[in-house]
Design a protein. Structure first.
Length: 590
């Protein structure tokens, strides 16, 4: 029992979970009591009044990771130890995931790494006895740029210290134990369907024996079933997330492994919402899952238009906007951004939100000299070089909000950036160079390019003088890597960018749809040295922009409560799967 809960009766319900409150990823324990628990020490840990039955305890924050900001994932409480994923250790290699499994001893705070150095582990699951931990892992081969199914295998090691590590399953992810010799996992099969499998094995010389493993496909083709949860308390059922042809939403179902029948859980109560990553209560009488939070008792959704994200760099505050392609006005008082379809402007405190363009637009940039003038691109995103996309300017202070078309007859003109003297606009035009940004002193233009391997999709970051001289490569993420969306700092000494420099941090199928699950924000000196990671997220962070003045690191709520919490399921999770789309040609009949 945790020291915080000592002298208390066992809680009727307890839950360990990840939260991003106050801008950083932390692990909490909530305990709900049938009767109020006794307080521990002079400081009350009980929320609310004296009659409150909810106890909330911070288990792991930044202190346990050496003060380093990180993403945390998939926690499991085993006695006095907490097993979880964290991204606080830099492997020092481009395009290598920072995700690794750690154990924190809660009474002492001592934290140790269970994943071998140079290896990334995802989705840890602790066996019912607590002796073994299973993970999805690339092993020593590393990440190869996958954005749908990761090319992981399932490894097992001793929970106490990470020793006796052995690969137990080839081609699989998201392991879940039913007993110490049986676990479930998911994989995408040769027929294109995601399915849940069962693996049984014996031990030899104190470790699971790979040669003894027998795998069997559990859920049938014809639907997607993934992220399984099993329970030692009820071995007849597993909980899975599913996508079926008759619903556009991801739902949670029980699957009876004896009768081979499904039982709806979330469809009857919440048919028009997505549900993610089921888990069982210890006695298997409850199934939990992730879902968009509804409105509060006063009817407000309390969404943030600017969500404070804890910064690892002193003097830099970070905000995640409820939109895309943000840019600050030269005085820092306003923000232009895109929310498809349309271009919007608001004050930097979240007030005064206005629609200034209803057409499909992407990328925004303010004019340095002409007050209120914003440049953007109108036309399809992620389109071919020959697609008609044009640059326009619009004065957001004009009552009629008329716009001027600046490019004519070109192909895929996008990502405008105005020169500081107000004389020029640089933009990409259907070639190998893209995503340009002018330095505040006017001496440099930073841009992303695949010029060294055109058409490969691998982008490096360059800078060049406006007269076309002095081309320099600033950074390359690695072979096949992507480094995009550069933006100079107000003093011109740094560049903020989006990159896959840190690989992926979790299995993408566990999240809603996003285009680049590897996307995180980095800052680098303008000469290409001293790269630092700013964000740690399994969901894409992208299109950064720098403010000319410091903003206090606090959340900014939508003035009207914001839009309803909603998102798409993974677009690549097709109901009529392409048999050639599987990242592995593994035969899944057995």
């Amino acid at each position: 029992m945790l020291p915080h809960l000592s002298n208390n009766s066992d809680p009727a319900t307890h839950l360990v979970y990840i939260t991003e409150r106050n801008g950083s990823s932390k692990i909490y324990l909530d305990a709900l009591y049938d009767t109020p628990p006794m307080r521990s020490g002079s400081r009350s840990l009980v929320e609310g009044s004296a009659e409150s039955t909810r106890l909330q305890v911070l288990l792991v924050g930044d202190e346990q990771t050496g003060g380093r900001v990180s993403m945390k994932d998939k926690p499991s409480l085993v006695g006095q130890s907490l097993i979880y994923v964290s991204t606080h250790e830099n492997p020092g290699v481009p395009r290598a995931s920072w995700a690794a499994v750690f154990s924190t001893q809660l009474t002492t705070g001592v934290t140790r790494r269970l994943t071998p150095k140079g290896v990334a582990d995802f989705s840890p699951a602790v066996s019912p006895s607590g002796v073994w931990t299973a993970v999805a892992s690339f092993g020593e081969k590393g990440w190869d740029g996958e954005v749908q199914e990761l090319g992981t295998d399932v490894y097992v090691f001793l929970t106490r210290d990470g020793s006796n590590r052995v690969k137990i399953i080839e081609h699989g992810g998201w392991p879940s134990w039913v007993d110490d010799s049986t676990l479930y996992f998911h994989r995408r099969c040769e027929d294109g369907w995601w399915s849940v499998f069962r693996a049984t094995f014996s031990t030899k010389n104190g470790r699971p024996d790979f040669e003894s493993v027998v795998t069997q496909r559990v859920t049938p083709p014809g639907l997607h079933a993934f992220t399984p949860a099993a329970s030692a308390a009820n071995k007849r059922f597993i909980a899975v997330a599913t996508r079926r042809a008759e619903s556009e939403f991801r739902h949670i179902e029980l699957y009876d492994v004896v009768s081979n029948e499904f039982l709806d859980l979330t469809l009857p109560v919440s048919p028009n919402a997505h549900h993610f990553n089921p888990f069982f209560s210890p006695d298997a009488s409850w199934v939990g899952y992730h879902k968009c939070r509804g409105a509060t008792s006063d009817g407000k959704s309390n969404n943030f238009v600017l969500e404070n994200v804890q910064s690892p760099v002193p003097g830099i505050s970070l905000f995640r906007i409820d939109g895309s392609f943000p840019s600050y006005s030269p005085d820092g008082e306003r923000i232009a951004y895109v929310k498809f379809p349309g271009l919007y402007v608001m004050n930097s405190d979240g007030s005064g939100i206005r629609t200034v363009l209803t057409r499909t637009a992407f990328s925004t940039a303010w004019d340095w000299k002409r007050k209120g003038v914003v440049y953007t691109s109108v036309g399809p995103t992620f389109a071919s070089e020959s697609t008609k996309v044009d640059i326009i300017s619009i004065n957001v202070d004009d009552e009629d909000l008329s716009y001027k078309k600046l490019t004519l007859g070109g192909e895929n003109n996008a990502f405008p950036s105005a020169s500081p003297d107000g004389k020029w606009v640089v933009f990409r035009s259907g070639r190998t160079d893209t995503m340009c940004n002018w330095s505040p002193d006017g001496e440099w233009i930073a841009f992303a390019s695949d010029r060294e391997n055109p058409g490969s999709g691998s982008y490096e970051l360059f800078k060049i003088h406006p007269n076309g001289t002095g081309l320099q490569k600033v950074i390359h993420s690695g072979v096949g890597g992507r480094t995009n969306h550069p933006w100079f700092s107000p003093d011109g000494n740094y560049i903020v960018l989006t990159s896959d420099y840190a690989g992926v941090s979790a299995e993408p199928i566990a999240n809603p749809h996003h285009y680049q699950p590897y996307g995180d924000i980095f800052v680098i000196k303008a000469d290409g040295s001293g790269i630092r990671r700013l964000t740690h997220n399994s969901y894409e962070d992208g299109t950064p922009a720098w403010s000319p003045k410091f903003m206090s690191p606090a959340n900014v709520e939508w003035p009207n409560g914001g839009s309803k919490c909603s998102f798409d399921d993974c677009h690549w999770l097709n109901i009529s799967p392409d048999q050639g789309s599987s990242s592995s040609k593994r035969q899944c009949a057995h």
